[in-house]
Design a protein around this ligand. Structure first.
Ligand SMILES: Cc1ncc(COP(=O)(O)OP(=O)(O)O)c(N)n1
Ligand SMILES: Cc1ncsc1CCOP(=O)(O)O
Ligand SMILES: [Mg+2]
Length: 383
């Protein structure tokens, strides 16, 4: 029994400490009173579950004899607030799981049940936080971003990896892996390599169409079209941490996408004629870009036939992010092309009209805070 009490003692403290950190982030960083109260309640429940055995645990404590003393604490590789929040959620979940097992083996089923309930509560909080963090990442990447998309057949004989490396060096903030003819194995190898590259450059990595590939290579996101998998199903499968993008071809589809409440951004296009996509619909024109700028409350990216020479027409209407295939992958100097496009997009960001989504997300983009009720776009859940 002594060993089990030692185990409980260590994890009881670990769980309570982790919950305290999360509560403080909710209270002091995000100013989210209800979330802070909820986390506090969880901490008290965990404390309460073993309160009457505190003496037994203290008696079993043997810090000097701990063979795990000095073992490093596992980080999750993420930095800043995100790392802090995720790291502490993981710490609390692990500690509660360990307590649950120990309590069950001691025949203390009811107490084990309390730990289990609190653990599920932490999963839920983590899911909501992951959702919020995900939206902030998207908003930052799309506010003045170049979205580069692979297409080896138009890359002048160069491989996708090389072209995307150059695009990232030029300043692409989002990279989409889009290949229609390659074998699954080839796509897997290539996507994995580009995924790593994007990590190095701090860019978002999105996989087109293939949800399973996105999961396998731990992409940041997945992009689907109107005839691909339903976005609710995609969200259910990829969970709250992954970005989901949806193509739209007109105001009705944009409205529907926002109302459905599960996608993080929409593609707006094809703005101009394009021969890159074989089964493409008729160009939607600049009117749809103007509509998106006025009405759409979530990040969006203009796509389809966008080149350096017609870029201004799209940006002057309020596009803060442009996606390009052939203009980037077919450029002799990919790095220089992306650099110039990015400078132009950023220039328009300073002097062009502010699209609706940026107005609504301004407070979120400016501060590292969870959106409050006033700034949270419609349909957003509270973290
Ligand atoms: C950013 C972005 N927008 C639109 C698309 C097109 O998606 P979809 O309509 O599913 O067509 P395919 O690309 O799958 O041929 C996209 N890929 N990315
Ligand atoms: C994937 C996609 N979706 C709408 S248009 C398009 C292709 C855009 O390619 P390009 O930038 O070469 O016109
Ligand atoms: Mg598709």
């Amino acid at each position: 029994m002594r060993g089990l009490y030692r185990m409980l003692d260590a994890n009881w403290n670990r769980a309570a400490e982790g919950l305290r950190v999360l509560e403080d982030v909710a209270r002091f960083v995000w100013n989210d009173g209800p979330l802070a109260e909820r986390l506090k309640g969880m901490r008290h429940r965990v404390r309460g579950v073993l309160r009457e055995r505190e003496g037994l645990m203290a008696g079993a404590r043997d810090v000097e004899g701990d063979v795990g003393k000095g073992m490093g604490v596992r980080g999750d590789g993420r930095e800043g607030l995100e790392g802090l929040v995720r790291g502490n959620c993981a710490r609390v979940e692990e500690a509660l799981r360990s307590m649950e097992e120990a309590l069950r083996s001691m025949g203390l089923e009811r107490k084990a049940g309390v730990c289990e309930e609190v653990r599920y509560g932490v999963y839920e909080v983590e899911g909501r936080l992951a959702g919020w963090l995900r939206r902030v990442r998207v908003a930052r990447a799309f506010d003045g971003g170049v979205y580069a998309i692979t297409a080896e057949e138009y890359s002048r004989g160069r491989g996708n990896l090389r072209v995307m490396r150059e695009a990232l060096e030029g300043g692409a903030r989002i990279v989409q892996y889009r290949e229609k003819e390659k074998s699954y194995r080839a796509m897997y190898e290539e996507a994995r390599a580009i995924r790593e590259l994007c990590r190095e450059y701090g860019a978002l990595f999105v996989v087109n169409d293939h949800v399973e590939l996105a999961l396998m290579v731990e992409a940041d996101g997945v992009h689907v079209g109107q005839d691909d998998w339903p976005v609710e199903e995609v969200r259910r499968v990829v969970g709250p941490g992954m970005v989901v993008g949806l193509s739209t071809h007109g105001p009705a589809q944009a409205q529907e996408a926002v109302e459905r409440g599960v996608v993080d951004y929409i593609g707006v296009g094809p703005v101009f004629p394009t021969s890159t996509k074989k089964d493409v619909c008729a160009p939607v024109g600049l009117e749809y870009v103007a509509y998106a700028s006025r009405e759409v409350r979530i990040p969006w990216v203009a796509i389809g036939g966008i080149k350096e020479h017609n870029l201004d027409a799209v940006c002057e209407l309020g596009a803060r992010c442009v996606a390009m295939v052939t203009e980037i992958v077919g450029a002799e100097d990919v790095r220089g092309k992306v650099r110039r496009v990015r400078e132009r997009v950023e220039g328009w960001r300073e002097r062009g009209p502010e699209p609706r989504w940026v107005k609504e997300w301004e407070a979120v983009l400016a501060r590292q805070e969870a959106p409050t009720d006033q700034t949270r776009p419609t349909g957003e859940e509270e973290p």
